[in-house]
Design a protein around this ligand. Sequence first.
Ligand code: HEC
Length: 246
Amino acid sequence: MKVLNALPIAVAVFMTACTTDPNSPGLEYMPDMYRSPAVEAYVDYGQEAYLVGEDVARAQRNTPSSRKPVPGTIPFRGEDQIAFSLPYPYAQTPEDYERAGVELKSPLVTNQANIEAGEKVYTAMCTQCHGVEGKGDGALSVNGHIAGIPSYVDKLKDLPEGKMYHTLTWGKGLMGSHASQLSQRQRWEVIEYIKVLQQGGEMPEFDENGVLVPADAGGGAKDEPSKPAAPAAPVGMEGMAANTDF
Ligand code: HEC
């Protein structure tokens, strides 16, 4: 008899635990651990204490969500990318511009792939001012918008690569900084192409693997140094002082 009394109750519980919605999880008994708190990146969890109470505000501030890296943090993108990941150690001063000109060397090998990558950047981002051949006669120069753009084959013929990189990073005169548009690798690539323009714009000779043929063997561009293959960290990176933005 007792079993018969309990039966309708059991059936009633069983029936109400099910719903017709196939996506519904049904009745959740003590759901505390079913769902973890969904912490969203870029959500500000640190509301003001007077809005949510001191305890809640403190707990929110301790919620790990998307935070700024600790100052001095350096992104690691792999061994071969270290030279392009370190902070730029030269400050935006005339002295450091000169210093970069002497010390700072490109971590890239001068080869066909790097020069052609640089040509792409140059065509997209620099010709409007510097002109296709780098003679300072781009559209913005010709229409008088930006005056006094120097020519790579003339005034800038012997400009060292370290100074070019410094200028691309910090800007100089009417040329703005390109640090936010170009990665460090792209800055060095476009410099590879400017070095070609400094020699008159004629592509040097490459072998079938895209490796530079030495000038005396091929008679290509002169004074084009071919670099040792292993890209070491650029000279002067030990300091890693001032800014971490680049
Ligand atoms: C808005 C026009 C403009 C654009 C775009 C521009 N430049 Fe310049 N660039 C200038 C001007 C003006 C100067 C001369 C700056 C000075 O010496 O006062 C200059 C100078 C330079 C120099 C010589 C820097 C030195 O240390 O004397 C280099 C190298 C250079 N630009 C490379 C580039 C590259 C590479 C790009 C494309 C990624 C580029 N520029 C884009 C206007 C521009």
